[in-house]
Design a protein around this ligand. Structure first.
Ligand SMILES: [Zn+2]
Ligand SMILES: [Zn+2]
Length: 242
């Protein structure tokens, strides 16, 4: 059976294809559903997210596609709500909650921009200690449901994006594990599912999906629901690795 993806980006944020192009690709592949999750507006970084005006257009566009393709494919209007976004979410069919930044003083620091940027942030703000960044990152992740009201936790360990083969830090370090486990334990008390997200595989950063296997193991042992998503930024990647 063809899988469906519920984490997709379009030209309304940092994706390459329009929502309709994504829908047509989903139909061509035999999907029964597709979920759109544009990046919510963040005033401190407009480089990747939907604009305020664009958010309205995005909602209208996906709602019109729901009507146009009714009976052919189930189309969901969602949002990938950043931890630091203050945009309302009640208009959406569902919400993915994601941490893309930590905040130091008044500065928002991206965790997923590039390996160079991540290393520079660790050196400048954490005295070279990657685990300090991990502490701050997972403290935000732990609060994702409370902050965004999300139903799905996006790429739980995004901080490992550039850490293929332990290039930057050791995810078996007890301090790292403790920080990740504290976030997991907090979220396990919330009505949320977790993504198994292949986005970084599609874009060549990683050979495995988020989160790491030991985390998926913990989720499954605890009976927490997981949802496979592609975090697609183009129609070619709509079902990548699913
Ligand atoms: Zn994301
Ligand atoms: Zn995404």
């Amino acid at each position: 059976m063809t899988p469906n993806s519920y984490h997709t980006h379009t030209t309304f944020c940092d994706g390459k294809n329009t929502p309709e192009e994504m829908v047509r690709e989903a139909l061509r592949l035999g999907c029964t559903a597709i979920g759109f999750t544009g990046h919510s507006y963040t005033p401190f970084d407009e480089s990747y997210c939907m604009s305020k005006e664009g958010t309205k257009e995005y909602k209208a566009c996906v709602r019109s596609l729901q009507k146009k393709y009714a009976g052919q494919i189930r189309i969901l209007l969602g949002v990938e709500q950043d931890f630091y976004s203050e945009e309302p979410t009640e208009d959406y069919d569902y919400v993915i909650g994601s941490v893309h930044y930590v905040k130091k003083g008044e500065v928002y620091l991206p965790v997923d921009e590039s390996a160079e940027r991540q290393t520079e942030i660790v050196n400048r703000y954490y005295g070279g200690d990657f685990y300090g960044l991990a502490e701050d990152y997972y403290a935000n992740v732990a609060q994702l449901y409370r902050k965004t009201g999300c139903g799905l936790i996006g790429h739980f360990d995004l901080i490992t994006k550039f850490n293929e083969k332990g290039a930057l830090f050791d995810t078996e370090d007890p301090g790292y594990r403790a920080a990740a486990e504290r976030a997991l334990e907090a979220l396990m008390m919330c009505p949320v599912a977790f993504e198994i997200n292949t986005g970084a595989m599609a874009r060549g950063y990683r050979t495995e999906a988020y989160p790491e296997k030991w985390i998926i193991g913990m989720l499954l042992r605890m009976g927490i629901m997981v949802v496979k998503t592609s975090d697609a930024h183009s129609k070619e990647d709509l079902l990548y690795g699913l």
